[in-house]
Design a protein around this ligand. Structure first.
Ligand code: ACK
Length: 885
């Protein structure tokens, strides 16, 4: 019976009284299929030998599992010597007599891996050597990354590599009606999970993305470009009948000019110009007109002027000769005016003004023209100068005044002031009439440049327009809310001063600023008498020479363990300087999480740097050696130490540039200390550093994108690297991004991919990693926040229990509103946020623009800045809570 009291079939053996048992059970031949590694899950019960009297010496509590790879079935033939042992299997739970009395069977489940395997199939065999066992079930399976659709590409079932640290790179095939944008790739991980999506496919022209597939645009819609954009409705005056249209066709009598994009509406030629008038004086004739009432839907409007000279009868017209001059020209005019000169006196001219646009060429029916006939008689000339009143009454109005014309024989009826937005040329304008030589024009738009000009109407008609006068209205947005609201801001509460740097912190001095580097060394490092040093053994190789362990007699006659870095003989001066630079840097630091410099030997050979001894060596190899051996709290303790050391460095103004587990040392108490100082030299020295396109040498996997692409190193780029160190620690020294190439790492980061949580890593810690890996460096956490966050986790370990998102402590509870406001330079509102009860970033992420106004942010510009940052914040929260590969 099983635990639910249902009968089951088992294979049993229980020869516990007889010595030298050797009983075998063999499986049928198992077809390997695509597996490279096979998992065997055994469920069995095993009886506790203590519960059976008189069997000590003969009763066993284990059995052995074997396998044998073959290309074909061997039928009933069975030769144990051909079999390879997989493992000895023991029970976690054995049952005793009493259990049996209660009829409770304790079922054990054990899983073993077999592989790599390559033959067509295999047998499993079980060897009993005298136990009391019942084998209940055997499940044989392998893992694969299942067929999936990602970024419009399909990826086939893929069997992972046997070696769990290397991934299988799989190229995806675009789904129907999609095209490759960047080669779509996924990596298949050992556990059958797809990792690191790279590249993508996008829907072709005429198709749009919906639920992971590309669908044809519906009739009436189109999509002119490849890409993951939606089909758009046909632009005005165009249509598509069928499905999957790349462009829409123009309705009858509407057109597209050669260079019109498919997104543009279909248009038609303009209607003729309107209201043609003229002004005439001795030497010139000015024609002026209004733009057409129908521009045909376009803005590329021009005018052509055709001149005919006519006799007394209308049909006696002929084209004007070359003698007439048009200023600026007769064709392709963009303004609604032209000046005509060198005309004959006492003649009749007819001017035909034609309006044209980009599609006028498409039609050949008579063009729309407006005509005016002018008899060249005398007119008057008036000039005016417009001035605006410097004390403008309001920001959206202007007061203009001008001098009345002096020598004027005709009576002024009134003045006409015409004005328009400069940006819109004269396509549309307003005008106002006044009898006085001044006017106030209201209702102007803010921050807009207007053009004004003036003409006079006399009994003989209009004068020419005055020269143009330009005026730009002011930006009134800062005034939209009455200033009285400012008083609602509260005084700044002292709560927020905690973000200020600690008082009295030293700052780091770059040893390269010393002309004589030896002077820098002696400024920051003690010279040690070499007789006080006893070298014991070589523990490694550095770039400049051996690294040894040994003892240092202190001045108080105590002996302490030290590590000694030596500079090998035959060095050149530059090497000596680079070697000692590290000491000049380390000697400036004094922190429990920074490797401590004991001193240097420079006055005798060999030149040495003596530092405290760290029994467990570098963190990466230490973790690899002890895979799975620590509790999460111990790992968080290590991370806390590292963060505290880097906080000290950043407070000193020192940027490490090469934070990585290999550059952290661990002592016997598991205290982690930051080591490997030396700026550029560190990178030269680091075998992980690769050359970038900008010529620098950078450890790509550990470095923030801005530092890779334009060498912008800062404490924020150190924060990125710290996030990678966190990942290394939580995965016990796994290589970040596994075996991906540097190029793929850069690409995938650019596309938004971030390392997933390592196995068993609490979700809060992964959230902190993601926070360190924000693209926008100002959004990454400060080390002081990281330390206090980790401290809170250590004090409240239950927050570390969650391995998946859900009911977890939110990392953002620990980042203050103050830091956020500082980062967007809006620190002055800290107290307003807190006073209104918005004290966590989560609550801020819920705020609407009304909330922002309500708490007392009155300036529109500030409202905008805050609201846009809130939007980013919301995205981040989404990203952190929902982004899982
Ligand atoms: O991983 P490891 O054992 O730790 O091998 C390297 C090696 O020297 C070359 O750098 C070890 N090492 C460096 N500094 C120290 C130190 N202060 N204490 C102990 N081991 C150290 C490092």
């Amino acid at each position: 019976m099983d635990e639910h009291n249902r009968p089951i079939h088992t294979f049993q053996v229980c020869h516990v009284m007889e010595p030298n048992q050797n009983n075998w059970l063999r499986s049928n031949w198992i077809f390997r299929q695509a597996a490279q590694k096979v998992y065997v899950e055994l469920r069995f019960t095993l009886r506790d030998c203590n519960s059976i009297p008189w069997v000590s010496g003969t009763c066993k509590e284990t059995f052995n599992l074997f396998y044998y790879e073959t290309d074909e079935s061997h039928g009933v033939k069975f030769k144990p010597s051909q079999y390879t042992k997989i493992d000895t299997i023991a029970a976690d739970e054995s049952f005793t007599q009493m259990d049996l009395g209660d009829r409770i069977l304790k079922l054990n489940t054990e899983v073993r891996e077999v592989g790599p395997i390559s033959r067509k199939g295999l047998y499993l065999a079980f060897q009993d050597i005298g136990a009391c066992i019942a084998l209940v079930s055997v499940r044989v399976y392998y893992k694969k990354c299942p067929f999936t659709l990602r970024n419009l590409a399909s990826f086939p079932d893929t069997v992972p590599r046997v070696d769990s640290s290397s991934l299988v790179e799989v190229r995806g095939a675009c789904v129907e009606h999609a095209e490759e944008r960047d080669t779509p790739k996924l990596y298949c991980g050992a556990d059958g999970d797809w990792l690191v999506p790279l590249g993508k496919c996008v829907c072709s022209v005429g198709y749009e993305e919906m639920d992971g597939a590309c669908f044809a645009c519906r009739p009436g819609f189109y999509k002119a470009f490849t890409g993951n954009i939606k089909c758009s409705k046909c632009p005005p005056h165009s249509f598509s009948y069928g499905e999957g249209a790349a462009v829409c066709h123009c309705e009858k009598a509407f057109y597209r000019a050669e260079r019109d994009p498919p997104t543009m509406a279909c248009t038609r030629p303009p209607s003729p110009p309107r209201n043609v008038v003229f002004n005439l004086n001795d030497t010139c004739l000015q024609l002026e007109w209004s733009p057409p009432s129908d521009m045909g839907g376009r803005r590329d409007l021009t005018y052509n002027v055709l001149c005919k000279r006519c006799g007394p009868e209308p049909d006696q017209c002929q084209l004007c000769g070359e003698e007439l001059r048009f200023v600026p020209r007769p064709q392709g005019l963009t303004n609604t005016t032209v000046t005509v000169m060198d005309f004959s006196a006492h003649a009749n001219y007819t001017f035909e003004i034609e309006s044209l646009n980009g599609v006028s060429k498409m039609i050949n029916y008579p063009r729309p023209v407006a005509a005016i006939t002018v008899s060249t008689d005398q007119g008057g000339e008036y000039t005016y100068t417009l001035t605006s009143d410097p004390l403008n009454p309001e920001p959206n109005s202007i007061a203009l005044s001008w001098l009345e014309p002096e020598q004027i024989s005709l009576l002024v009826v009134d003045y006409e002031v015409k004005y328009y937005e400069k940006e819109h040329e004269e396509l549309s304008y307003s005008s106002t009439r006044t009898k006085a030589p001044s006017v106030i024009i209201t209702g102007l738009k803010p921050s807009t440049c207007y053009v004004f000009s003036l003409r006079t109407r006399t009994s003989a008609g209009h004068s020419a327009y005055s020269p143009k006068y330009e005026y730009e209205t002011t930006d009134d947005s800062e005034y939209l809310i009455p200033p009285s609201l400012y008083q609602r801001q509260n005084p700044v509460s002292p709560l927020f001063f905690s973000a200020l740097p600690y008082p009295g912190v030293k700052t780091y001095v770059d040893p390269d600023t010393y002309e004589d580097p030896t002077q820098a060394v002696h400024e920051f490092a003690k010279e040690i008498d070499p007789t006080r040093i006893r070298i014991e053994r070589v523990i490694g190789a550095g770039e400049f020479g051996e690294v040894c362990s040994g003892r240092l007699r202190t001045l108080g006659k105590r002996e302490i363990a030290v590590a000694i870095k030596t500079l090998k003989g035959g060095y050149v001066e530059r090497q000596r300087r680079d070697f000692l630079r590290e000491a000049s840097i380390m000697g400036q630091f004094d922190d429990p999480n920074i490797i401590r410099l004991e001193g240097v030997v420079t006055r005798s050979r060999p030149v040495m740097i003596v530092v405290e001894y760290m029994e467990n060596g570098s963190l990466d190899s230490f973790l690899r050696k002890h895979d799975g051996h620590f509790t999460v709290i111990q790992l968080v303790g290590m991370l806390r130490g590292i963060a505290s050391g880097v906080r000290y460095l950043s407070d000193m103004g020192y940027v490490h540039r090469d934070l990585a587990a290999r550059n952290i040392l661990v002592n016997s108490n598991l205290v982690c200390k930051v080591s490997d100082f030396g700026l550029s030299r560190v990178l030269e020295d680091d075998p992980e550093a690769a050359y970038t396109t900008t010529g620098g040498k950078i450890p790509i996997r550990w470095t923030a994108p801005e530092a890779i692409s334009y060498r912008k190193f800062s404490s924020a780029s150190d924060a990125w690297s710290y996030g990678i160190v966190m990942w290394e620690v939580m995965s016990y020294g796994e290589r970040p991004y596994w075996e991906m190439s540097n190029q793929d790492v850069i690409l995938s980061i650019e596309e938004g991919y971030r390392l997933p949580a390592p196995m068993g890593c609490p979700v809060v810690l992964h959230q902190l990693m993601l926070h360190c890996w924000q693209k926008e460096r100002s959004q990454r956490p400060k080390f002081t926040d990281v330390v206090s966050f980790l401290d809170k986790l250590i004090r409240n370990p239950s927050s570390l229990l969650a391995e998946s998102p859900g009911e977890v402590v939110d990392y953002h509870m620990f980042i203050s509103i103050g830091d956020w406001l500082d980062s967007i330079k809006m620190s002055q509102y800290k107290s307003s946020f807190v006073a209104a009860g918005f004290s966590t970033l989560d609550s801020v992420a819920q705020m609407s623009i009304e909330d922002v106004r309500r708490i007392g942010v009155v300036l529109i510009g500030h409202q905008r800045r805050i609201v846009s940052s809130i939007q980013t914040l919301r995205l981040q929260l989404l990203h952190e809570n929902g982004f899982h590969v």
